[in-house]
Write a protein that binds this ligand. Structure first.
Ligand SMILES: Cc1cc2nc3c(=O)[nH]c(=O)nc-3n(C[C@H](O)[C@H](O)[C@H](O)COP(=O)(O)OP(=O)(O)OC[C@H]3O[C@@H](n4cnc5c(N)ncnc54)[C@H](O)[C@@H]3O)c2cc1C
Length: 288
């Protein structure tokens, strides 16, 4: 492991200036659970690490008038234990409570999970289903990007050099909305998902007709993705077994899994078909 400087700015502007000063040699670090592993494995060798830990206001969970804002430095453990997340956004609790171990969740952040941008990032899939946007601040501008457009390839995001992900913006949910996430793994703990499925469903006052559906899928394409064909089948339909089967099949057809040591492509497709249906049912129960 090479020597590197460790810098601890206290404002976003200071962090960005330091990043500009060190250029290519600079790397932001949040919890470090991805960065430090990469440094140890020799995959990256930054000249300096710029810690985001002391930046003010990046570790808040704010729920106001139905809208949710989650700071990038909020840890998985903070989300897991938050009454707002558990009661109002259980789909997010489903995901973060199964990330790594308690020790990992105590330091690893939701911002780091998203910027690291691996297809298996557990935080990405429920946030996509919730329609999250990210607010970023960089040397030149501040901007807001839909999370589903944020990922551009495995490990790649649309962040420009020096930009900091500041927070996630989750819009107010429609009434009668429920959502659920399933992390499909071989073991119950310390395991990356074979696939991840999150389904959000909003129901009309009749509690049968779907007015909104968003389906997030992980590890079945180069980036976390939305299953838009499956969503279109659900939207406007009275949700019954037959419609759910159709939606499951559509999601399995539109995903693009590959064979890996954790699972074959055909198996991932079969499991997408199954878990889209199961998570839709849990989402509907929660909507009730
Ligand atoms: C033992 C172990 C088990 C794990 N299990 C899981 C699991 O089950 N599911 C899962 O999804 N992940 C898992 N991970 C991966 C990791 O813990 C998560 O991805 C974590 O959320 C990363 O957050 P971090 O704060 O540690 O990020 P860091 O390692 O600090 O940073 C990750 C990347 O994001 C950048 N970055 C961080 N924050 C910002 C920001 N605000 N703005 C701009 N750039 C930023 C960094 O420069 C770096 O490129 C595991 C890791 C370990 C070591």
């Amino acid at each position: 492991m090479n020597d590197f400087e460790y810098l601890m700015p206290t404002t976003i502007n200071e962090a960005i200036s330091l990043h500009e000063k060190y250029g290519e040699g600079a790397k932001y670090i949040a919890g470090g659970t991805d960065v430090i592993v990469k440094i140890k494995e020799g995959k990256i060798s930054p000249q300096c690490l710029i810690s985001l830990r002391h930046l003010q206001g990046l570790d808040n969970i704010i729920y106001e008038k139905g809208e949710l804002r989650i700071g990038a430095m909020v840890t998985h453990r903070m989300l897991e234990l938050s009454p707002v997340i558990r009661n109002e956004f259980p789909v997010l609790a489903d995901a973060v409570e199964n990330i790594g171990s308690v020790q990992i969740r105590n330091v690893a952040t939701i911002g780091g999970n998203i910027v690291n941008a691996v297809p298996s990032a557990d935080g990405a899939v429920p946030l996509i289903a919730l329609g999250a946007e990210v607010r970023v601040i960089g040397p030149k501008e501040a901007r807001i990007i839909a999370l589903e457009d944020f990922f551009i390839g495995p490990g790649q995001t649309s962040l420009k050099t020096g930009e900091i992900l500041v927070e996630f913006l989750i819009p107010k949910l429609l009434s009668h909305t429920g959502a659920a996430y399933w992390k499909h793994t071989r073991r119950a703990a310390m395991e990356l998902p074979i696939l991840g499925v999150a389904v959000l469903i909003s129901l009309d006052d009749d509690m049968k007709t779907c007015t909104e559906a968003r389906i997030g899928l992980g590890v079945v394409a180069p980036t976390p993705m939305r299953a838009k064909n499956a969503e279109a089948i659900l939207k406007g339909s009275k949700v019954d077994e037959e419609i759910l089967k159709k939606a499951g099949k559509a999601a399995a057809q539109e995903c693009k899994p590959r064979d890996s040591s954790r699972g074959k492509a055909w198996y991932r497709r079969d499991m997408v078909e199954l878990f889209v249906q199961r998570m839709a049912k849990v989402a509907m129960e929660r909507a009730h």
